[in-house]
Design a protein around this ligand. Structure first.
Ligand SMILES: [Zn+2]
Length: 307
């Protein structure tokens, strides 16, 4: 495939040098994204938490301050119900220059939805976001990365709903999600073979897979639990492994992960470890990544290629 056939094949330009300098991969703009939901609706713990304290506004404030200190814009995948409940929070994010995309309306994984129900989730969340900021989202991320071969009908629903991109495919294998053979580079989705970057079909829907440590060694490094657990140098190496091949790293976090007040004793020790371990140092890690690499919204990465 040539770059003419696939305009995304050259996203960012490749750099094979500069292993140690800071800003070494500044020619590649990486994607920084946050999934904005209530901390207690995370799939792993949602059934175990009763009467939770709402921490959404304070968590978002922490993240907004961090991003504005580094003059960085991010994409926020917002749950529609959250946009309805906190329109001012969404407006402030948009006013800061961040992109508002959708994370579904009720934070239900696609495994538990029919195609029709998914279509309603998209339209309800788009309405809620439009009510808050006056424009409809063009991007989607599935709760729990639940776009897999089992739910690949989602791509047709996304296209029919006028979404321009998806960022739900985790090209790794885990017990809960993942498509281990999916591309690690953004690609145009052919709905007949949606996990293959084969022939460019002129499809309008672009997939931004979540970052792995290496195109071949597919350890997840994209964010969340993985970023909280891994040391900063390892996260940097993973981003560099992609950037030097011209591949933007798509990272994801949740604002509640930056709020170490949240760790609840209501859930089991195992789930607490996965959900909250490393929250106290995640802000420092993200700041180190923002200082070393270029980050922006999904929209900006697409626009840079003329999309
Ligand atoms: Zn989520």
């Amino acid at each position: 495939m040539t770059s003419l056939e696939n305009p995304l094949s050259n996203i960012g330009s490749s750099s094979d040098t500069g292993d140690t300098a800071s800003n070494e991969s500044s020619t590649v703009t990486n994607v920084l994204s946050f999934d904005l939901e209530h901390w207690y609706t995370a799939t792993l713990i949602r059934d175990e938490v009763s009467a939770p304290t709402d921490r959404l506004e304070e968590s978002v404030r922490v993240v907004r301050e961090l991003l504005s200190a580094h003059d960085t814009r991010a994409t926020f995948f917002v749950v529609g119900e959250v946009a309805t409940e906190y329109p001012d929070v969404i407006r402030e994010l948009a006013a800061d220059g961040h992109e508002i995309a959708t994370h579904g309306h009720t934070h239900t994984p696609l495994f538990d939805l029919t195609p029709n129900e998914f279509e309603s989730e998209l339209s309800d969340s788009a309405d809620a976001i439009a009510d808050a900021i006056g424009s409809r989202p063009v991007g989607f991320r599935a709760p729990n990365f639940s776009v897999t071969p089992k739910t690949q009908w989602a791509f047709d629903v996304l296209s029919e709903s006028d979404l321009q991109y998806d960022s739900s495919v985790f090209p790794v294998r885990t017990p809960m999600y993942g498509v281990s053979s999916a591309p690690v580079r953004p690609y145009c989705v052919d709905s007949r073979e949606p996990f293959s970057a084969g022939a460019y079909t002129g499809s309008d829907l672009v997939e931004f897979p979540l970052a792995t440590f290496h195109p071949v060694l597919r350890i997840p490094t994209a964010g969340g639990f993985y970023a909280r657990l891994q040391p900063t140098w390892l996260l940097k190496r993973g981003i560099r492994n992609l950037n030097r091949r011209g591949i933007p790293a798509t990272l994801y976090f949740h604002p509640w992960e930056f709020n170490s007040e949240i760790a609840t004793t209501e859930v089991s020790a195992h789930k607490r470890f996965i959900s909250f371990r490393g929250s106290d140092t995640l802000g420092e890690k993200l700041e180190a990544l923002l200082a070393a690499f270029e980050f922006g919204t999904v929209e900006r990465v697409i626009e840079n290629r003329g999309w």
